[in-house]
Design a protein around this ligand. Sequence first.
Ligand SMILES: NC(=O)c1ccc[n+]([C@@H]2O[C@H](COP(=O)([O-])OP(=O)(O)OC[C@H]3O[C@@H](n4cnc5c(N)ncnc54)[C@H](O)[C@@H]3O)[C@@H](O)[C@H]2O)c1
Length: 356
Amino acid sequence: MHDIRLGIIGYGGMGRYHAKRAPDAGVKVLAAADILPERAAEAQAAGLTGYCSAGGLLADDRINTVILTVPNHLHKEMCVKAAEAGKHVITEKPAALSVSELDEMEAACRKAGVVLTAHQNRRWDRDMLTAKYALDSGIIGKIFTIESKLHSANGYMHEWHLYKKYGGGMMYDWGVHLIDQILFMMPRAKIEYIFADIKKVLHEEVDDYFKILMKMDNGITAHIELSTYILDYQPRWLVGGDKGTMIVKDFACGGAVYKTGKLLEKLPPQIAETEAGPTRQFAPVPPGGIITEALPEIQTDPNEFYRNLRGVINGQGELKVKIPEVRRVLSVMEAAVESSETGRAIAFEACGNINA
Ligand SMILES: NC(=O)c1ccc[n+]([C@@H]2O[C@H](COP(=O)([O-])OP(=O)(O)OC[C@H]3O[C@@H](n4cnc5c(N)ncnc54)[C@H](O)[C@@H]3O)[C@@H](O)[C@H]2O)c1
């Protein structure tokens, strides 16, 4: 069995992360390249071979796999060079800035006979897997809505994320994760329509807010919302079923499953008065009317990403993060941009959209 002998291209935040974490999954991290000499020196000081250019690292025969942890606009160019050098390629997300870029990357890897995958690590996030459990287990009945919300009070984004030419903006940053998670949660569902509103609230050049509605052919409408500037936090996940509701509050999986008892089989007699009128349907639920249960405890192991890749490099099994899935996410992002620009819902794959 061949090991993954990894070279890291881009020794910034994520480059350092992989250098530290990949060995836990049995990966041999050998080298890192960065155009900033101080970062190449930092890699050297951390016991890796530090290169001042990607070219130097790609010529290193010890390395059989590279991970691209450079800013987003460089992923395609670096991937093609790495494939030509005979290296398997892991690209950080977003794998590419467009479907057509990804197609070029895939063609280069296929031609070179190397594996291409993307680090969609948020498929191993416990909060998402907890929400997914509601779909898979039926504990809250038939699901009719999923809300995936990510709000930050931190306002401004940082460094290259602020600029379009580097592939900045929140759609390329977290949008790619949030869409991928929804599609991962419902692998058999096709998308009928996509509607999106993408905004620049605090930033001049790139998006920092988006709402995306994805109407699926399984009856569920997924609602994704991200903002860098909403100052009180809403739950990270809300899953609504016909026998209950699951709330996953945050990454740490606070929250609960809520179900109604016998009391609520009939509408309670209370009436809520507002200044402008009464409501019975939306009156408070009487005490004891809602039963609260603990969230299921879900295990997760992000090291599976590298273990899976090692198997595939050795001819065993199939990739956990497949390029057609990555391509589908990029197609959704392109449709979301089109929807936001035109103000229309975009008919997607279940409606025979050939671009989907
Ligand atoms: N999967 C995740 O959870 C996750 C989280 C954060 C970032 N990312 C992704 O990781 C990638 C890197 O993001 P980051 O936050 O680490 O950025 P960063 O700015 O911290 O690091 C990027 C590094 O690349 C170097 N670099 C730039 N051009 C280069 C070149 N031509 N050759 C070699 N090195 C070069 C920079 O000097 C810098 O050190 C991005 O694609 C980003 O979207 C993924």
